[in-house]
Design a protein around this ligand. Structure first.
Ligand SMILES: *Cc1c(COP(=O)(O)O)cnc(C)c1O
Length: 485
């Protein structure tokens, strides 16, 4: 809502107060006795003067300027921005969890240890892996943990020449970044015309230097890698391991498990799939699960149970060490555990089924007006190309701004890189048919606007609090507070 001019920006009025205090009833001391002269202000403090009501309105209004999943549809592909049930917050805020100190003796935190232990059992069941560490703080952190475990495994066998990790061209950007951070060389594997990993090219690329293949299935194109069994066999026969980027787990829960597809290491993004809030840099949680032969290399400590007592197990001589202070982001694990228990096995399966259904429904609505380069049944997300619109004068970034103008968060743009001017859309299971219809309607309007006046669309947004920002400056030199001129 636009504010009338009289209420814009400078709201302070001299003499207006937001408090009233009784008169001082103790003798006042001279200022010099209380604060040495050199520490006293020479000019009065220039504080805004407003009533309490105006201050409340000001901050409440500011708090709603940020777009969030609690305020609107957030189809940000690859991020799984689903609704975060509020009960997750309630459990994480229980004082028995939130007031714990990480240095408390084990016998005083048995409940928290039990939760970590049971969380691990849930994740094992869901993924088909044999053990998990809950330490990593995000997906990318999980990737690094997983690759270090793989590295330790190869080295422990005396197999130290494996210095390459294969990654398909459709991979998330964190994958190649993690590979080089772990000291490996990236080998890119192309996709075929279906958008899937090119099996022949993969066979060419694997050799005795292959440490692992990193893959997400479904891929960031939202497509299921149908040849996964052959892919796994190819890598394993060459002595390499398979790393599963589980950020796309929302598509497959309860239907298929990475452990059964042949993967040796998996990370999950609890902040995506298990509905804990994310965005703005965290906190997140990226647990890593492994098959039996890799357990000795997991970070310490693991949580185990002996004689009905839970304890931190540091007895892993081949461990890669610690990956996070203490035991990771415990509060996020509590939220995710709550989500898993509230949903149950059937609920999780339905969540994935509905996520896939919503994505296919929206994809079929949108492909009437936009180009869908890989036109096949998708999983939890799909990728359009705004290349035709760009030719007319307004591309993916401009469509994103036009969506902001109409109250929707834009999809992911310009990613994945193998689709030119990509619009990557992930509606998630928590959206209604009406919301999806409304989004499709707005996208149709934008397509029409581009046909009629692309130039105008290319200069939006027009209705948002701020217009088009210099995104490079905003990232490199953020101006985070207002300074009086
Ligand atoms: C989000 C994502 C990641 C990285 O996870 P973060 O928690 O953001 O570090 C990795 N791979 C895929 C496919 C993702 O969508």
């Amino acid at each position: 809502m636009r504010k009338p001019k009289a209420l814009l920006f400078e709201m302070s009025r001299s003499g207006r107060l937001g408090y009233s205090l009784p008169d001082c009833d103790v003798p006042e001391k001279p200022l010099a006795e209380l604060i040495p002269e050199k520490h006293q202000r020479s000019e009065p403090l220039d504080l805004p003067e407003l009533s309490e009501g105006e201050i409340i309105r000001h901050f409440t209004e500011l708090s709603t300027r940020n777009f969030g999943v609690d305020t609107g549809f957030y189809p940000l592909g690859s991020c799984t921005m689903k609704y975060n049930p509020k009960v997750n917050e309630e459990t994480a805020a229980l004082s028995g969890f939130s007031l714990l100190h990480p240095c408390q003796p084990e016998e005083t935190v048995q409940g928290a240890l039990e939760l970590l232990y049971k969380m691990e059992q849930e994740l094992k069941e869901l993924t088909g892996m044999d053990r998990f560490t809950l330490q990593p703080a995000a997906g990318a952190h999980g990737e690094l943990t997983g690759l270090m475990v793989i590295q330790a495994y190869h080295h422990h066998r005396g197999d130290s020449k494996r210095n390459r990790v294969l990654i398909p061209l459709s991979a998330h950007g964190t994958n190649p970044a993690t590979v080089s951070m772990a000291g490996y060389e990236v080998v890119q594997v192309p996709c075929d015309e279906r958008g899937l990993v090119d099996l022949e090219a993969l066979k060419e690329a694997v050799d005795e230097n292959t440490s692992a293949l990193m893959l997400t299935n479904p891929s960031t194109l939202g497509l299921f890698e149908e040849d996964i069994v052959a892919i796994a066999r190819t890598v394993h026969e060459a002595g390499g391991l398979l790393y599963y980027d589980g950020a796309n787990m929302n598509a497959i829960m309860g239907y298929i498990r990475p452990g059964d597809m042949g993967f040796d290491v998996v990370h999950l993004n609890l902040h995506k799939t298990m509905s804990t809030p994310h965005g703005g840099g965290g906190p997140g949680s990226g647990p890593v699960g492994v098959k039996e032969r890799l357990i000795p290399f997991l970070p310490v400590p693991l949580v185990d149970n002996k004689n009905d007592q839970f304890f931190f197990n540091y007895d892993l001589p081949e461990s890669i060490g610690k990956m996070h202070s203490f035991y990771g982001n415990f509060g996020v694990v509590v939220k995710a555990y709550t989500y898993l228990r509230m949903m149950g096995a059937e609920g999780l399966k339905q969540a994935s089924g509905d996520a896939v259904l919503n994505a296919n429904y929206l994809m079929n609505l949108l492909k009437k007006n936009y180009w869908l380069p890989y036109d096949r049944i998708c999983k939890h997300e799909f990728v359009l190309s705004a290349k035709p619109e760009k030719k007319k004068g307004a591309g993916a970034g401009d469509i994103a701004k036009a969506l902001l103008d109409r109250g929707f968060h834009p999809p992911t743009v310009y990613f994945p890189l193998i689709v030119e001017d990509a619009l990557m859309i992930e509606p998630t299971e928590t959206e209604t048919k009406e919301t999806l219809d409304a989004f499709a309607e707005v996208m149709t309007e934008i397509a029409k606007d581009i046909d009629e006046d692309a130039e105008k669309v290319a200069h939006g947004p027009y209705n948002t609090v701020v217009g088009r920002l210099d995104e490079v400056q905003a990232a490199r030199n953020p101006v985070l507070r207002w300074e009086k001129k």
